[in-house]
Design a protein around this ligand. Structure first.
Ligand code: SAM
Length: 304
């Protein structure tokens, strides 16, 4: 019998190929096309970006040069521009159809933004590029080795620069509590799909990690989450240090009020800077945190 391949056995290149295929599909692209603001505005983006941009402005003379990595339809890029219209934003993604959504929006809203079709590692290899802010929004979970990606980003970061990871799931999403709440809040189509998947898991191969019919290499960590504590502990190796590591209850506004009561701080965000390169940031964590806490309408969990 053939041994079934697990996600751990896939290489970064194979995962990249799976992402290229996935984000070329019409239904996936349509999902992002329909996912327009203001219905789906996630307040944490503007709160965190505003706080970090204010910090950067205090330490930089020139406009902030920012990159929205794996930016897709440009969710983070457009929030950056609304927080700071002078920010010079580069949006990078491997999917031209996703970037097309951003191109149309930029034209419609008259927003200037450099838009590049490139995979993240190739883009970050270019030594002529330097950024003051690099954002990974809902992006790290598409990589087998997010630490290696952050290390590559650190090499493109100006001495005062910061990296923000936002909207990636942590391993709480595997908990029964989270799955129950997600199921309860889902529409009927989604409920049917969840029940079908549970049955095939029960009576099928039985292994979540095995590559079966519904196995999605590109999206695997969407369902397992990322161990954010492990990731944070690996930052030193990437030449970075965490100014702030928080977990929060992303989603529909009413859900973000309910989830903290159930301990479901399922998304994480880490604000990083160069380790040891810019001592002025040494005491800035508390200020950054206060600014963010003050402006968020829901509770967050600050990771020690
Ligand atoms: C979940 S979507 C997030 C899009 C956007 N950042 C957001 O927050 O809405 C993931 C995006 O990552 C892109 N992507 C996946 N792997 C990538 C890679 N290796 N390099 C560049 N983009 C990548 C996909 O094309 C897709 O647009």
């Amino acid at each position: 019998m053939n041994k079934v391949k697990t996600w751990a056995e896939y290489s970064e290149e194979e995962i990249l190929k799976a992402n290229i295929e996935k984000y070329d599909k019409e239904d996936i692209v349509k999902f992002y096309e329909d996912f327009e603001e203001p219905k789906y505005t996630y307040i944490e983006y503007s709160v965190i970006f505003d706080a970090v941009l204010n910090f950067l402005h205090n330490h930089l003379q020139n406009p902030v040069r920012a990159a929205d990595m794996c930016g897709g339809a440009g969710k983070a890029a457009f929030v950056l521009k609304s927080c700071d219209p002078n920010c010079e934003v580069t949006l990078v993604d491997l999917a031209d159809k996703m970037l097309d959504i951003a191109r149309r929006r930029a034209e419609k809203e008259q927003v200037s933004c450099r838009i590049l079709l490139k995979d993240a590692f190739s883009f970050l290899e270019d030594e002529s590029e330097e950024f003051d802010l690099i954002v990974f929004s809902s992006a790290l979970h598409h990589f087998k080795d997010p630490t290696a990606l952050l290390a590559a980003a650190a090499k493109r970061l100006s001495p005062q620069g910061m990296i923000i990871s936002i909207a990636d799931p942590n391993t709480i999403i595997k908990s029964k509590r989270f799955r129950f709440l997600q199921f309860t809040a889902a529409n009927s189509q989604h409920k049917k799909a969840t029940i079908k998947n549970s049955f095939s898991r029960l009576f099928g191969s039985g292994s979540e990690a095995a590559a079966g019919e519904d196995f999605d290499v590109a999206e695997y960590q969407t369902y397992t989450g990322i161990n954010d504590i492990h990731l944070r502990n690996g930052l030193e190796k990437a030449g970075l240090s965490a100014l702030l590591h928080m977990r929060y209850p992303a989603g529909e506004p009413y859900m973000t009020k309910i989830m903290p009561w159930l301990g479901l701080y399922w998304a994480f965000s880490i604000v990083m800077c160069h380790k040891d390169k810019y001592p002025e940031y040494n005491n800035s964590s508390a200020l950054l945190l206060n600014e963010i806490k003050k402006n968020l309408p829901y509770k967050i969990r600050v990771m020690p």
